[in-house]
Design a protein around this ligand. Structure first.
Ligand code: KIV
Length: 286
């Protein structure tokens, strides 16, 4: 078990300096956040992916600020050591800069997060500057940005042609200039990730962006086999927990049907003297 300590941005930069990749996972609730923290995973994203993997929506768009704040609170209770990042949901930062700063602040003030993440590069640079100026650490998210997947033509790898590769590089530079401490690249060819990593000095994280990153992010439901609707190519599934849970549920059902559950060890007793008194009472009153 790794020695646990509260993770900070300087510590994350220390890991980059040492050449030690940073591990990052999503979590949305207390029990999984506890296990992630205890495993020594340095960072947790309370992602708007909760909209899909927790609430069963077909996109990330419906989830709200209030819902994500509640998930952040639960995650922080379970994960006192990990660096927790709140994911700014759709429409929480696009309408105006002041609303964006206010909503980002809620993740720290109410959600007990350490930082926020939001999607976009050049187009959100001014918003990010204002959030950072308010003292709120920001990770930018470019490449495949699920909140704008309709504009991108679906869930597709980005940066595969010269125009989109150059615009990714420009986005990464704009994010660094805007004051982000990190940039997350989603579904980006490894060679473009390497170019970006050479041109910026903030932390470069990847989800489906190859191995030349300062840290790797995956969705916890994907690595545990808990979300069965769709598994992206970049996911490595470490366990099929759904199969284990299904077996347990079928066994429970069978035990109930066959009167194998509960057994005496799952039941409570009453002293025989007290039981006798109950019976005596009943015999007098009925
Ligand atoms: O919400 C999320 O989990 C994310 C990742 C897919 C990057 O934004």
């Amino acid at each position: 078990m790794p020695e646990l300590k509260r993770i900070s941005i300087p510590y994350l930069y220390e890991l980059k300096k040492r050449g030690e990749p940073i591990s990052w996972l999503t979590a949305y609730d207390y029990p999984l956040a506890y296990l992630v923290d205890q495993a020594g995973i340095e960072m947790i994203l309370v992602g708007d992916s909760a909209s899909m993997v927790v609430y069963g929506n077909s996109s990330t768009l419906p989830i709200t600020m209030d819902t994500l704040i509640e998930h952040c609170q639960a995650v922080r209770r379970g994960a006192p050591n990990s660096f927790v990042i709140g994911d700014m949901p759709f429409l929480s930062y696009q309408v105006s800069v002041s609303e964006a700063v206010y909503n980002a602040g809620r993740f720290l003030k109410e959600g007990n997060c350490d930082a926020v993440k939001l999607e976009g590069g050049v187009r959100v640079a001014e918003t990010i500057k204002a959030i950072v100026n308010a003292g709120i650490p920001v990770v930018g998210h470019i490449g495949l940005t699920p909140q704008s997947s309709s504009m991108l033509g679906g869930f597709k790898v980005q940066g595969k042609d010269v125009e989109s590769a150059i615009s990714l590089i420009e986005d990464a530079n704009a994010l660094e200039k805007a004051g982000t401490f990190g940039t997350l690249l989603e579904c980006v060819p490894t060679k473009i990730t390497s170019i970006i990593r050479k041109t910026v000095s903030n932390l470069v994280f990847g989800i489906g962006a190859g191995d030349d990153c300062d840290g790797q992010l995956l969705i916890i439901h994907d690595i545990l086999g808990l979300y069965q609707c769709f598994t992206p190519k970049f996911v490595k599934q470490y366990v099929n927990i759904s199969a284990i849970i299904s077996d347990a549920l079928k066994n429970y059902r069978n035990d109930v049907k066959n009167r194998q559950f509960p057994q005496p060890e799952h039941s409570f007793t009453i002293p025989s003297s007290e039981l006798q008194k109950v019976k005596t009472y009943l015999s007098k009153t009925t």
